[in-house]
Structures are given as structure tokens and as C-alpha cells.
Design a protein around this ligand. Structure first.
Ligand SMILES: Nc1ncnc2c1ncn2[C@@H]1O[C@H](COP(=O)(O)OP(=O)(O)OP(=O)(O)O)[C@@H](O)[C@H]1O
Ligand SMILES: [Mg+2]
Length: 458
């Protein structure tokens, strides 16, 4: 249904316009000032706004600016009894669909309205086409304009309809779980179940019965048969998260499923074929784990058929603002504040931040800002003050100056103390997670272990 807003403070021309529109069967709202004209736009799509230049509450031009900014698909026709050529030029330059002097002839208004309607329909169509186009380069709700993300999307799209095992690696919070879900949604298995198992959260024996099921009496407490997740995921996808921390015994069992697509319930010798797509994820460097003898090499090659590596957010700065906007829209809607936007300073701070917690951290920061902000703009002050300074290198306190009369130590020895402080800081910063600490320090894990030992840390 076509919807029009008539924002004219003059009751006579208000009535005149209302009659014209009603006669032609258009639905319209009358608005006496700028605020009242904007209100219906927030609630539903409006095709055309007819506004007088002298509209109370800021004037027709201000209304025009606000509509252009927030509702670009709505066309604005300005009217004025005292309008000069300059006003008209200004209005058109600022994006008005038309400008009419008063008094106006009936035909003139209707032609302007019809044209504005066409324009707004065209805008909408363009936008739909554009989103359709964007959708091809996007997975459902997965934002990524960075070239590396685009390659990932293409890979995922290419393999979606196959049963190929997919390994997703990347730091915590980079979107591994989200991508696994998107892969399932894209695949022809989307009608089947998507079952997620965190392999790092359970001790080995429980994990085994969780995944493969067990028969009654298989162990103490196995009072009845239990169907495992592999069987439950039949026809769909099973997502095995944190695969890097699994035990060698479990890895052998997993290898078997991957090779033969059969499982055995714990305590049973019958083999059961399973039709599942297996997606695995880890935030560990599996190649390193293989070198360290923690991860079976044969399993590594088996799951490395198709692998995607989610880049950390700090390496894809062009995704920061699109992601921030995406989260802003979601949280602003959730909190009933649809007009919220970032100030330039806030946007700059977001782009400059190092994001050690990746997209998850950005998501949290945006939600916090939505809750804290007052008014329609999220400013720098609504972002955590530590955002810019939470890079580990910036967090370590500067070294005290050395008194000139202190006897110098051999360099190697002198460097031990600051090295120790830097490593301790990185560990504290990463909540004791050595994997991540090694990463932020830019050294590999075995080097870190070696240093921990040498420096006597913990
Ligand atoms: N590209 C993206 N577009 C939109 N949202 C994203 C994107 N990447 C991540 N997110 C969101 O960020 C949050 C963290 O993502 P996700 O849980 O998938 O990360 P993860 O890599 O699985 O982390 P972990 O290693 O801790 O399991 C989720 O809320 C997810 O929806
Ligand atoms: Mg995850």
C-alpha cells in the first residue's frame, strides 16, 4: 500500500492536499511539524513525504535531510508559498524529488507525487537488487568484505553440497562456529540436524559415549542404550569443536569414522554406518601440535582435506566497521533504539583497536556501547577506555632508567628481567592461556615453553 505523509502547517493547503490524495485512493498521514512527520517513518515504510519549507520544528529542509539520511528510499517533495529559485535549487541539491511553489495546480501536485512514487519504487528496487548481489558474496549473517573472507565464502559455497570434511581454524572469536553453521545452512543437508560437540569440554570416556553412544551395561551407569551424536546427526552435520585438545585414543576413533563412515557404540561390536558431514574446528596450530606429537599426523591429513583459516580481526581492518554496524543494528533493535549510530571518533577508535578477542570482543563492545550511550550517537566515551591500549605491547610498564653508576650486566643476562616481565604480562593478559600468549608475543609455542622454563615462570 502506497503511503504518503503530508507535512503542511497551513490548514488550508493541508486540506487541499488531503482531498487530492484521498480522491485518488492514496493512504496518508497528516503531520503538523518535523517530529510528527518523522514518526511514521520509523514505524513503517513511507513512499513520499510532502513537506512545506516553513514546517515548524526545523523547517522542510531539515526534514528533507533527516529523511535522506535515515530513509533514503522515501522521496521528499517540498512546497513553499515564498520559495525563491535559490530555495528550489538548494532543495534539489539536497536530494528533494521535486519543489513546488504555492499555490499549486492540482495536476502539478499529482504529477510530482506520481514521479516521486516512481523514484522511491526505483530506489527500493535498486536496493533489493544490491542486497541480492551482496547476498551472493555473503553467507547468511556472516559479514566479511576482506579478500581473505571472500575466498573463505567461495570455498564454503563450493563445498557446501558435498560431504567433504571441513576444518576451520582460527583464533578464538573469529567466527569458526558461525561459519560451521553457515556451511550447514548452505548445504543440501540444511533440513537435517546440525549437532555441535565441544570435544575439549568432556573427559575422554564421556566424550566417546557422547559421540558414539553406548549399550546398556557398557560401563557402570550405562543403564540403558544411548544413541550418540554421530547417529543423531544422520542426514545433517556434526560440528566437532576444539578438536585440538582431544586425546590420542580419541583421535584414533575419530580417524576411523572419517575413513569408513562407521561407528561402534561403546560396549558393542556392531558397526553402524553414519551419513554425516563432519566439520571440525580448533584454535590451535594443528601443524605445530603434530610436530609436538600431540596430534596424530594421519588424522591431521584426513581432516585437512578442505580447511579454512579465519583471519584475526586485526588483520582485516576493512571488516571492523561493517561488523560494528551489523551488531549495532541488532542491539539497537533489541534495545528499541533504531536510530543509533557511531560518531566519527568512535568509528575511528573501533578501527584502530587491536581486538585480541576478535569479533566476539567487538560484539561485546558494541552491545555495551548501546546500553551506555544516551541520545542517538555512540561516542568514544561509550567505548571501553582500554580499547586502544589493550595491546600487550602497550600494556607493559616502561622500564625504569638505569642509574649511570650501576655496574652493567652482560646483555644476555640483562635482557632476562624485561623478557620475564613481558612474558608474564602476556600470560596475565591472555588469562594464562599459553597458546594465545605465544601468539600475541609472536613466538611459537615451543619457544614459549622453553622460555617459561628458562625464566622459571610458574
Ligand atoms: N563474520 C562475522 N559476521 C557476523 N558475526 C560474526 C562474524 N564472525 C563472528 N561473529 C560473531 O562473533 C561471535 C563469535 O563468533 P564464533 O563463536 O563463531 O567464534 P569462534 O571462532 O567459534 O570462537 P571460539 O574459538 O571461542 O569458539 C559470535 O556471536 C558470532 O556470531
Ligand atoms: Mg566456537
Amino acid at each position: 500500500m502506497t503511503k504518503i505523509i503530508v507535512a503542511d502547517p497551513d490548514p488550508h493547503s493541508q486540506r487541499q492536499l488531503a482531498t487530492l490524495l484521498a480522491e485518488r485512493g492514496y493512504e496518508f498521514d497528516a503531520a503538523p511539524d518535523v517530529d510528527a512527520a518523522l514518526r511514521p517513518l520509523r514505524e513503517s515504510a513511507v513512499d513520499v513525504v510532502l513537506a512545506d519549507l516553513s514546517l515548524p520544528g526545523g523547517g522542510g529542509l531539515q526534514l528533507l535531510d533527516q529523511v535522506r539520511e535515515r530513509h533514503p528510499e522515501t522521496a521528499v517533495v517540498l512546497l513553499s508559498a515564498f520559495g525563491s529559485v535559490q530555495d528550489a535549487v538548494q532543495a534539489m541539491q539536497r536530494g528533494a524529488a521535486d519543489f513546488l511553489g504555492k499555490p499549486f495546480a492540482t495536476d502539478q501536485v499529482m504529477v510530482a507525487v506520481e514521479r516521486a512514487l516512481e523514484k522511491s519504487a526505483l530506489q527500493r528496487e535498486n536496493r533489493q537488487l544490491k542486497t541480492a548481489l551482496d547476498d551472493r558474496l555473503r553467507l547468511d549473517n556472516v559479514i566479511g568484505t576482506d579478500p581473505r573472507m571472500q575466498v573463505i565464502f567461495k570455498t564454503v559455497q563450493a563445498v557446501a553440497d558435498t560431504r567433504t570434511t571441513v576444518l576451520i581454524t582460527g583464533e578464538s572469536g573469529t567466527g569458526k562456529t558461525l561459519l560451521a553453521r553457515a556451511l550447514h545452512q548452505l548445504s543440501d543437508r540444511r533440513g537435517g540436524p546440525f549437532i555441535e560437540v565441544n570435544c575439549g569440554a568432556l573427559p575422554e570416556n564421556l566424550l566417546e559415549s557422547e559421540l558414539f553412544g553406548h549399550v546398556k551395561g557398557a560401563f557402570t551407569g550405562a543403564v540403558k542404550d544411548k544413541v550418540g551424536k554421530f547417529e543423531a546427526a544422520a542426514g545433517g552435520t556434526i560440528f566437532l569443536d576444539e578438536i585440538g585438545t582431544s586425546t590420542p585414543a580419541f583421535q584414533i576413533k575419530l580417524l576411523r569414522v572419517l575413513q569408513d563412515r562407521i561407528i561402534e557404540r561403546v560396549g558393542d561390536t556392531r558397526t553402524i554406518p553414519v551419513d554425516v558431514r563432519i566439520v571440525l574446528a580448533t584454535n590451535k596450530d594443528l601443524e605445530q601440535a603434530v610436530r609436538d606429537g600431540e596430534f596424530r599426523e594421519d588424522l591431521f591429513y584426513r581432516i585437512h582435506v578442505v580447511s579454512v583459516e579465519m583471519p584475526p580481526l586485526r588483520e582485516r581492518a576493512s571488516d571492523i566497521l561493517p561488523l560494528a554496524e551489523h551488531f549495532l543494528q541488532r542491539f539497537a533493535d533489541e534495545h528499541g533504539r533504531p536510530a543509533l549510530r557511531f560518531s566519527d571518533a568512535a568509528a575511528a577508535a573501533l578501527v584502530a583497536a587491536p581486538w585480541p578477542g576478535n569479533v566476539r570482543q567487538l560484539e561485546n563492545v558494541v552491545e555495551r556501547a548501546v546500553v551506555l550511550s544516551r541520545g542517538e550517537v555512540i561516542d568514544r566515551a561509550d567505548l571501553p577506555p582500554t580499547l586502544a591500549t589493550n595491546a600487550p605491547q602497550a600494556g607493559a610498564a616502561p622500564l625504569p632508567a638505569l642509574p649511570p653508576d650501576a655496574p652493567p650486566l652482560p646483555l644476555k643476562q640483562a635482557l632476562l628481567e624485561p623478557e620475564k616481565r613481558i612474558i608474564e604480562h602476556a600470560l596475565a593478559y591472555c588469562d594464562g592461556n599459553r597458546e594465545r600468549a605465544a601468539k600475541v608475543l609472536g613466538i611459537n609455542r615451543s619457544t614459549l615453553f622453553h622460555k617459561l622454563k628458562k625464566l622459571g615462570i610458574r
